[in-house]
Design a protein around this ligand. Sequence first.
Ligand SMILES: [Zn+2]
Length: 250
Amino acid sequence: MKIIFSKKFFTVYASDPAAEPGRMESIYNVLKDEFEFVEPEPLPEKFLEFVHTKELIASVKKDEVLYEVAVLAAGGTVKASTMALNGETVFALVRPPGHHASANYNWGFCFFNNIAVSIEKLRKENKIKNALIVDFDLHFGDGTDSIFKQVPEVKYFHVPDKDREETIRKLTRFLEEMRKVDIVAVSAGFDRHEKDWGGVLKTEDYKVIGELIKEFSESKGKGRRYAALEGGYNKSVLGKNVKAFLEGFK
Ligand SMILES: [Zn+2]
């Protein structure tokens, strides 16, 4: 298990909750002694165009500081996907998040769709034919959903519901019924925690979610899996929640 991370993600590139000072530090400090870290490279613009319009890219580019961090987050997620293709389990500890970014529109603290870009790059390079994206953030990833709506090879699944048992049960059921895929990507958002915005999941639930996706990956996804950070805003619990997920996922 490896973590893709750069201290450039400490940069406060905006005034939204995902860009808050101390948020990435709160995760990094919990993980730093236990995992091996790998530096990401910024993603060249031509790969962003696999999912985004030139207009959307240009709108992010207007802010130099934001653009620099955003292409590093996309590059880090792409790196995670290529390492996963070669059999390593990887977590991209990146920001800004991505799942609210669609082809030509972004909102909800997202700028480029990190996960969507990484999957499209693998597809366009003929490294995979199909993929599953599991999103357990509190919020529906409307950007990811819209990008793959007309693409039957890529299934987007947002883990639903308002209580712990149902969340786990519905994810379990979905994965049981899901067909085989070439890779599994995870939009890992931690804002559904009981002490975060959603007020639902306990820390140990993230370990169970990680284990369920790992089991699916091992049995029906060629063992290839990676995750990238989406939401999660309570700095006092974020680090331990990410760690719990990784313990199940690794
Ligand atoms: Zn969210």
